[in-house]
Design a protein around this ligand. Sequence first.
Ligand code: SF4
Ligand code: SF4
Length: 64
Amino acid sequence: MAFYINPEECTACGDCEPVCPTSSIYSEKGMFKITKNTCTECENDFDVPQCIDVCTVDNCILPL
Ligand code: SF4
Ligand code: SF4
């Protein structure tokens, strides 16, 4: 179970990167991405996925 960042919607603001408890969010060539193998959907750390909580763009972070 993991999320991905929709490149069509992401504004590359970077707000999601520091809030991820598993350090699964990274930027590459100006695009923000989620490492699917380490994204836990925040299950063991928080009640809600922190990246989705902080992202202000609708339909930007979606389930794989
Ligand atoms: S759902 Fe949680 S673990 Fe997955 S990328 Fe977002 S903040 Fe990180
Ligand atoms: S918070 Fe949302 S818009 Fe900003 S970089 Fe992350 S996914 Fe993209």
